[in-house]
Design a protein around this ligand. Structure first.
Ligand code: LLP
Length: 427
């Protein structure tokens, strides 16, 4: 992480707090969030997209807890949620509902009821049937702002499982064969639904601006057709999230400031050519806000070499970070807490779960004298680790600790065996 510092003895500090002290105080595995880093990233986004209101919506699916809700709120961002659970948590933690967008390709009755009851700012429609459902739930005299999720037909994203811009995947309505256009007509036919704009989210961990520019042009094209056919000018355009971050030193990143500049230019040109006023631009970064601010700490439990391969097995794994198993994600773990002068050897950091595929980092460089009791830190662990964590093998999920100005605060406590047992009501 950017604000980590290392002392000559090998102690690594984050925001002035020794990581080994956090491991001692809270046990391992433990996730540490650098509050200043998150605030910095929020501010970078706010500065890059400086329109009035909350045009940058943090995608809560990357990681959500009450402490983070407060922080994102204080930094003036909006929120993107995709369930009643995320929505309730945010609103009960004090987030203004009008600054929240609700997503989802399969919104449950509870999702929609909660959204309407709490007064969510916008609901992003993902399928034609939803239009009638939302209209009915709103009632003939009600009013709800909605957007329509469009699939622009673009392949982009760090892995096949997180590419959402292509035709034929489950999200949104395709521009092809008039699906999106047809849905627009149906939304416009419902007086209680106010269509504020079009939305797309083309994928995740994208490190190139080009697919966003292509998506933007295609959506502006649809906006022009909507104006021609219905005489309606949509005031908003939401290009989703997906901005890529560096998981290892040297990995490419998508710089939000440069991206914003290119989007703004393309939007200005596209709208001028189509004779449209420039809509308000919305983005929904998740990973890029919290990913680099998080670090996961693990204790080495076992070390062995077998069939020519060196393993260090740690006390966490796919239960708290399923990304390597799901997407082949690569990380750069490092030894913290002591300095080693041993040569660096190729080591595979294995998780503790009962699967051969539970490897946190394959064939990475670590000191040859790694031993049980050592602490390993996995940087860039803030996004899509704990939000996708599971209690697999009945291993409780790790706690989350925030660090700031030399002080550590617990945000989420560890999941205990009592927590896990409490749901099991027996025969
Ligand atoms: N907006 C929408 C509608 C989304 O579906 C997502 C992510 C985002 C915004 C935020 O994307 P981000 O900026 O965080 O990339 N579990 C996967 C990522 C799945 C992303 C799902 N949707 C991973 O760990 O890579």
């Amino acid at each position: 992480p950017a604000t980590a510092t290392e002392e000559p003895g090998g102690r690594v500090l984050l925001a002035g707090v020794p990581l080994a002290d956090i491991a001692d105080a809270h046990g391992t595995p433990v996730y540490v969030l650098d509050e200043a880093e998150i605030r910095d990233r929020c501010r970078t986004y706010r500065a890059a997209f400086p329109e009035a209101g909350a045009d940058v919506h943090y995608a809560a699916k990357a990681f959500l807890c009450r402490g983070l809700v407060r922080l994102v709120e204080e930094e003036g961002l909006g929120l993107d949620v995709c369930s009643a659970g995320e929505l309730e948590l945010a609103v009960t933690a004090g987030f203004p509902p009008e600054r929240i967008l609700l997503h989802g390709n399969a919104k449950s009755p509870a999702d929609l009821d909660t959204a309407l009851r709490l007064g969510v700012g916008r609901i992003v429609i993902d399928s034609p049937a939803e239009i009638a459902r939302i209209a009915a739930a709103v009632g003939p005299h009600g009013h709800q702002r909605v957007m329509l999720r469009v699939t622009p037909g673009i392949a982009a994203g760090g892995h096949a499982k997180i590419r959402t811009g292509t035709d034929g995947q489950k999200f949104g309505l395709s521009l092809r064969d008039g699906h999106a256009q047809h849905a627009v007509a149906r939304v416009l036919g419902r007086p209680q639904l106010e269509l504020t704009g079009l939305h797309c989210h083309i994928g995740s961990q994208i490190t190139d601006a080009k697919p966003y520019l292509t998506a933007l042009r295609r959506l502006v094209g649809l906006m022009a057709r909507i104006r021609d056919v219905h005489g309606v000018v949509l005031p908003e355009l939401d290009l989703g999230g997906g901005h890529g971050i560096a998981y290892r030193p040297g990995d490419p990143v998508l710089d939000p400031t440069a991206l914003a500049r290119r989007l703004r230019t393309a939007l200005g040109e596209g709208c001028a050519a189509a004779g449209l006023p420039v809509p308000r631009l919305l983005v929904e970064p998740g990973r890029a806000v919290v990913g680099p601010a998080g670090v996961a700490l693990y204790r080495v439990l076992a070390v062995k070499t077998t069939a020519g391969r060196s393993f260090a097995a740690v006390d966490g794994g796919m239960g708290d970070n399923p990304r390597p198993a799901l997407y082949g994600a690569r990380y750069a773990p490092r030894l913290i807490g002591r300095r080693s002068t041993a040569p660096v050897v190729r080591t595979t950091v294995a998780g503790r779960h009962c699967e051969a595929g539970d490897l946190l980092a394959e064939d990475v460089g670590l000191p040859a004298d790694l031993r049980p009791g050592d602490l390993l830190a996995v940087p860039v662990a803030g996004a899509y680790h704990l939000s996708m964590a599971s209690p697999y093998n009945l291993v409780g999920r790790p706690p989350v600790v925030a660090v700031r100005d030399g002080a550590a605060r617990l945000l989420v406590r560890r999941e205990t065996l009592e927590d896990l047992r409490a749901r099991d009501v027996g025969l």
